[in-house]
Design a binder for this molecule. Structure first.
Ligand code: GLA
Ligand code: ZN
Length: 662
């Protein structure tokens, strides 16, 4: 087994050699060496090639490519190959197929057509994992196990009868009695009282709104069901391949919210994630940074792995834009700036056939003599120089709270506004901090908040007492705490906290809200010093200073932004989402009160700055996302250009500098 991670910034990619004649394999290894690729993820969708018939295994091809990769000095992140069952399995056992909310079977013909709780699927998947673990544990190319692939990407939630049975078992463990379940689900409403466990169903398509707590519990159950599956795969690996690190690739990107990754991290040795830029987003650069900051928090602040991103266009957006020249390097280093120590692409060689033949790759259809491949080669040379920063950590004094369960609840049926996106407030505040050169950790509310000077609580609709107490404790201990609208409204069962909103934070903030006044997507409300959007509410400042008020509409004269001094800190409340300018100025006030300095003062718009610090020094990342040249104060050695920097660095359009500071 090879050591992982190595003392170098590792580059890698998904490698699917079974799509190519063997003559290509030797070229692949040579080209990987040229590009300084040090690892590949192998076998992710290879089940039908490894087990062409039940219990009949064909490992010769995998042996051959593992040997070739090892001879070429390339480490292997070997898949358990269980992401997609082969056609013979689903033909023999159609009961393994997932079922959608309407009761339609999701047929084979694509990928990941399996139900998370199917015992039959599990038996077959574990049998394959067992074969692979036993056969390759000793192989010198093996560096890590890659379990399944992007859990829940296509097969969650499943609403089949098997899932219904597992859901009931999960509920029995959670509530122990039907009485407690009926209380938690509020079944006194709409005649939903259950008198036997067998009456309970998944939240299938119904006449109108499903019970919101049942919906929330079905999401919790679905995430746990896949985690249980991952644990079962991991148990096989622990038994037959002990000591080899295990990962599965998370999806901490904007549009994926099915899994509560906070519960998953104890089951992986290395936190890895996939990230793709969504062109339709208004601020795709900030979303990339946000994703990195989420992933770093999942890794407990330690370095993490970017398991997939694209060298250029993807194939699943309405228009798949190619990346600009230089962007392949800049995007990769943007993840390193957020704490990644390994960077990989989907995929190594662009497919000739299949659904992803127009998805970019390291080796494009046009071959390696291309601008795109040369750019990866250039990144390979840069990565060679970045080994010294591997293991260092990103500095952040601001925490933004992020909880998948709160997001699920705030996406539930029949809320005061279906236009609110739980991540919108979080990402807006993160973006404005990012624009100021201030790095934030995007952490779970259960994280240790004691090291943060600023704690942001963005639309944390559902919150436990324990987490609400932790936020109050952070303020008392000296943090500037900023809570936004529609936070602290409900408890863990999604029951509203009574006595005035925002129940869980009412005392901390010294405010009491009697009624919400949501705003539609194009509505705004005038504030005394700006405008608000998305939301407004009737706030009374019971024990808080009014910082700003509504200047028009039904709430004219009522508080919009308040502050309450608590211990040595303060608790600020935002009852609407102010425009960027106003919110930015508010953040400046909080940062100044907290003594938080930007990584680089006076950062030009479109230039990103972070700092990583390790035992041996610090590294300043500067990324120029603009078409202009910018000159910034820095001193040390730029590892990208490999030149000394004395006092200032000139950043060309699109350029990145990684400066070992002196
Ligand atoms: C996901 C999958 C890959 C590939 C890429 C394409 O991340 O894990 O197999 O389909 O998307 O963007
Ligand atoms: Zn199912």
């Amino acid at each position: 087994m090879r050591a992982w991670p190595t003392k170098t910034l590792s580059l890698g990619g998904d490698y699917n050699p079974e799509q190519w004649p063997r003559a290509v394999w030797d070229d692949d290894v040579t080209l990987m060496q040229r590009a300084n690729i040090s690892f590949v993820s192998l076998g992710i969708f290879s089940w039908s090639w490894l087990e062409p018939a039940k219990g009949e295994y064909e490992f010769e091809w995998l042996d051959t490519i593992m040997d070739k990769l090892h001879a070429g000095g390339i480490a292997v992140d070997l898949a358990t190959a269980t992401a997609t069952p082969p056609p013979w399995l689903s033909a023999a056992h159609p009961e393994i197929l997932p079922v959608d909310v309407l009761g339609h079977t999701l047929w084979p013909g694509s990928r990941q057509s399996w139900c998370p709780t199917s015992p039959v699927f599990r038996d077959y998947a574990l049998a394959l994992t067992r074969q692979l673990a036993a056969r390759y544990h000793e192989h010198p190319a093996l560096a890590m196990w890659h379990v399944s692939n992007e859990y829940a990407c296509h097969n969650l939630p499943c609403y089949c009868d098997e899932c219904a049975r597992h859901f009931r078992s999960w509920l029995r463990r959670r509530y122990e009695s039907l009485e407690r379940l009926n209380d938690a689900w509020g079944t006194a409403f709409w005649s939903q009282r259950y008198t036997a466990w067998e009456q309970i169903l998944p939240t299938r398509h119904s006449t109108t709104f499903n019970n919101p707590t049942q919906v929330l519990d079905y999401k919790r159950f679905s995430s746990d069901a896949l985690l249980d599956f991952m644990r079962a795969e991991r148990a096989v690996l622990d038994e037959l391949s002990p000591g080899v690190p295990v990962t599965t690739n998370f999806m901490t990107l904007d549009h994926f919210r099915h899994l509560d990754y906070n519960a998953w991290t104890p089951t992986v040795d290395v936190v890895s994630t996939d990230h793709y830029i969504v062109d339709a987003l208004e601020h795709p650069r900030s979303e990339l940074a946000f994703s990195g900051d989420v992933t770093r928090a999942l890794a407990g602040g330690a370095p993490w792995m970017l398991m997939e991103h694209s060298t250029s266009a993807v194939n699943w957006q309405p228009t798949n834009h190619a990346k600009a020249p230089g962007q392949t390097i800049r995007d990769a280093l943007a993840h390193v700036a957020r704490g990644a120590d390994a960077i990989a692409w989907f995929q190594w060689r662009q497919s000739r056939a299949g659904s992803e033949k127009f998805h970019s790759a390291v080796v494009p259809h046009a071959g390696p003599e291309t601008a795109r491949f040369r750019e990866v080669e250039q990144l390979g040379r840069i990565a060679g120089r970045l080994g010294e920063l591997v293991g260092s950590r990103v500095e952040a004094r601001v925490a933004i709270l992020h909880d998948y369960q709160a997001i699920w609840a705030s996406e539930g049926p029949c809320l005061p506004s279906s236009e609110l996106d739980a991540l919108e407030a979080a990402r807006t505040i993160h973006r404005l901090l990012h624009d100021r050169g201030v790095t934030a950790d995007v952490v779970h509310p259960g994280a240790d908040l004691s090291s943060y000077a600023v704690v942001v609580v963005p639309q944390l609709y559902l919150v436990t007492d324990e987490h609400a107490d932790a936020v109050s404790a952070a303020a008392s201990a000296g943090a500037q705490v900023l809570v936004t609208y529609f936070s602290g409204i409900s408890d863990e069962h999604d029951h509203v906290r009574l006595g005035g909103y925002p129940g869980a934070f009412r005392d901390l903030l010294g405010v009491r809200v009697e009624e919400f006044f949501p705003l539609g997507p194009v509505e705004t409300v005038a504030l005394t010093d700006g405008t608000g959007g998305w939301w407004s509410e009737d706030v009374q400042a019971t024990d808080a200073t009014v910082v700003e008020s509504y200047a028009a509409g039904p709430l004219v004269g009522r508080p919009a932004i308040t502050r309450r001094d608590v211990g040595t800190g303060s608790a600020w409340y935002l009852s609407t989402l102010p425009d960027d300018d106003r919110l930015g100025r508010l953040l400046d006030t909080l940062l100044a009160a907290a003594g938080v300095e930007p990584t680089v003062a006076g950062l030009p718009v479109g230039v990103e700055a972070t700092r990583r610090r390790g035992d041996d020094g610090s590294w300043l990342f500067l990324l120029n996302h603009t078409d202009l040249t910018h000159s910034l104060a820095a001193s040390g050695h730029d590892l990208v250009a490999d030149t000394a920097v004395a006092g200032s660095v000139e950043l060309a359009p699109g350029a990145v500098a990684v400066i070992r500071e002196t």
